[in-house]
Design a protein around this ligand. Structure first.
Ligand code: PBG
Length: 315
């Protein structure tokens, strides 16, 4: 076996899995204001940025070859019903208009969820002491429409309400937006690895947790059922999240479904490597490339990763 491992060029010749910038999506956090770059402690090298600063960041990233971004919004104010999510002049909508104008070629994906916008931090509206499912669907649909009208190329529902893909598809079609694809966070697990993101989005639930709507990490068959429902409801792309603890799920979804498959290499997966690298315990570049390659090898076509900008430099 060692014959083909002897040199860089031999290894490259027989390499089975390759990373390509076209397959990688960079998450971005848009916040209100001007000239705001607010670094995030748990997400080194990532920041909340006002729209003007997002433009500067993307000027650099586009030059490096980054082809797609996933936008999250941090509103000035939060309320019970997350109205900042579907406000025509919300932070994501403003960012979309500006980025659409400046970067006509860049793929603009948006995360569709209420948790960054609700005062209680849950992904939907609270009814009694639970997150109301159908009450939330309507608000998610409004959010998706407002994103597309502001310039989004695709919408990515991450809330884990039942029926959201069907609700979004119907609402988009009714609004004449039948050309917009839905990238569904189909198998999204309730995960400790979202920790740094919740600090970044200031979206830690003020009571309870998300286990009433996000999936139990112990379940694989349930993930396949989630995917099956999303396919039936009209999803264009499926997603598994987080990626590294769920490589088996990525593989199983790849084998069962023919839709393009995305995987989200989430904040905690990134933060762990950054933290260890900062202590000199491992080589960040190698650990990042190994992680991303493993996600592709497991079967993901598309990877959402906080390493996208660095990756553009490495590749
Ligand atoms: C919104 C959302 C979350 C993430 C993506 N979309 C947080 C959550 O569900 O708690 C996590 C992303 C990451 O950790 O990088 N619902």
């Amino acid at each position: 076996m060692r014959r083909l491992r002897r040199t860089d060029s031999l290894r490259a010749l027989v390499r089975e899995t390759r990373l390509h910038l076209d397959d990688v999506v960079m998450p971005l956090f848009a916040c209100p204001g001007n000239r705001v770059v607010r670094p995030l402690e748990g997400l080194p090298a990532i920041a909340q940025r006002s729209v003007d600063e997002l433009v500067r960041e993307l000027d650099e990233c586009a030059t490096l070859g980054v082809s797609a971004v996933l936008l999250f919004g941090i509103p000035a104010e939060k309320d019970e019903s997350g109205s900042g999510a579907y406000d025509e002049d919300g932070v994501v909508q403003q960012a979309l208009r500006e980025l659409r104008r400046r970067f006509p070629e860049l793929l603009l994906l948006t995360d569709v969820c209420l948790c960054e916008y609700t005062s209680h931090g849950h992904c939907g509206v609270v009814v009694g002491d639970e997150v109301g499912n159908d009450e939330t669907l309507e608000l998610l649909a409004r959010t998706a429409i407002s994103h597309v009208e502001a310039g989004a190329d695709a919408v990515c529902p991450s809330d884990m309400m039942d029926g959201r893909v069907g609700a979004l598809r119907a609402a988009l079609d009714d609004a004449g937006l039948e050309a917009t694809p839905i990238v569904a966070y189909s198998a999204k697990y309730a995960s400790a690895f979202y920790g740094p993101f919740r600090e970044a989005a200031d979206s830690t639930p003020s009571f309870g947790d998300r286990r009433g709507y996000q999936m139990d990490a112990a379940n694989l068959r349930e993930a396949l059922r989630e995917c099956e429902l999303d396919v039936a409801e009209g999803a264009d792309v499926l997603m598994v999240k987080p990626a590294l603890p769920n490589l088996d799920v990525i593989r199983a979804v790849r084998e069962r479904f023919d839709l393009p498959l995305a995987a989200y290499n989430v904040s905690g997966e990134y933060a762990m490597v950054k933290a260890a690298a900062a202590r000199g315990w491992l080589d960040e570049r190698q650990a990042a490339l190994e992680s991303l390659t493993a996600i592709k090898r497991a079967g993901a076509d598309i990877i959402i990763s906080y390493w996208t900008k660095e990756l553009a430099g490495w590749l």
